[in-house]
Ligand binder design. Structure first.
Ligand code: FES
Length: 176
């Protein structure tokens, strides 16, 4: 028996947005090929960290569909990729704000007033450590290897050292 389609314009189901633009896709494919060229074909998983880094450089974070792609290229399960990505704080599993501010509150920085600096930042940005909005992600972090120039923080992995309130205000003023 023939089933009639409902009358009216036919609407195709919406397609999911592709993960990459054509330009990003080219960079991803070339990057993965370059990474895998460093490892034997039966040890592709050894390229996990740079592959995740590549994904994050292209998208600003590690979206699930990107991690599935990494898994496919490295011939591992998506769960394995997630395990690795979630172990390291430098990989973002949620889309971060435009500026990721990592404040070191480890010993040397703590002795030089990091807690007060963090409280000041929380106040200025209207965020608690661990929170994010579209513009900022504010995080408390472990030693940033700048103990001799404490207190310090990173904005999108760029170091700012020997901070004072005035220097911190300068850093914030440059974040448009
Ligand atoms: S304790 Fe802050 S950089 Fe080492």
């Amino acid at each position: 028996m023939l089933t009639r389609l409902p009358s009216g314009p036919y609407e195709a189901p919406a397609m999911a947005e592709p993960l990459f633009t054509p330009e990003e896709q080219k960079k991803f494919d070339a990057g993965i090929a370059e990474i895998l060229s460093h490892y034997p074909s039966d040890r592709k998983s050894a390229g996990m960290l740079p592959a995740l880094r590549l994904l994050q450089d292209l998208k600003g974070w590690c979206p699930p569909e990107g991690m599935r792609l990494v898994a496919k290229h490295l011939e591992v399960t998506p769960e394995r990729v997630y395990e690795v990505a979630s172990f390291y704080v430098m990989y973002h599993l949620k889309k971060p704000g435009k500026y990721v501010i990592d404040v070191c509150t480890n010993l040397s920085c703590a002795l030089w007033g990091a807690e007060k600096m963090l409280a000041y930042l929380e106040d200025r940005l209207g965020l608690k450590a661990g929170e994010a909005n579209e513009k900022y992600t504010l995080r408390e972090t472990e030693c940033l290897a700048s103990c001799g120039t404490a207190p310090c923080l990173q904005v999108n992995e760029e170091h700012h050292e020997s901070l004072t309130k005035a220097k911190l205000d300068d850093v914030l003023a440059k974040l448009a």
